[in-house]
Write a protein of this length. Structure first.
Length: 116
């Protein structure tokens, strides 16, 4: 359920912005810098990355995300950090398509993967 909650909630730019800030100032500064490099506001950038993860993540990516949140004090925030980290590097690519609503990748089944 945590992964689905993360994807549903942080696909919204306003929620994503607040969640990034809740992780901490240093992380929020890094996300804001990456967002600026891509001509976006921080929350929009984070939500775009989360939506792309939802569309493109394969079983290995979902398993890695699941492992990153197991035992975390704040599993949603730990998952958000895990999803955003790769997008914070210079040259990281992602699909910026605001018109796409959350739609899991074809065949993605969070329950079957044991990542509820």
């Amino acid at each position: 359920m945590v992964i689905a909650d993360l994807i549903h909630s942080c696909s919204n730019a306003n929620v994503a912005r607040v969640a990034v800030r809740c992780v901490g100032e240093g992380f929020a500064d890094r996300v804001a810098s990456a967002a600026d490099r891509n001509g976006m506001e921080m929350g929009r950038f984070a939500s775009v990355v989360v939506r792309q993860f939802a569309r493109c993540a394969n079983g290995d990516a979902l398993s890695a995300l699941g492992r990153s949140i197991v035992g975390a004090d704040q599993p949603l925030l730990a998952g958000l950090v895990h999803v955003l980290e790769p997008a914070l590097e210079d040259g990281a690519s992602f699909l910026d398509d605001e018109d796409l609503c959350f739609a899991p990748r074809a065949g993605a089944d969070y329950r079957r993967a044991g990542l509820q």
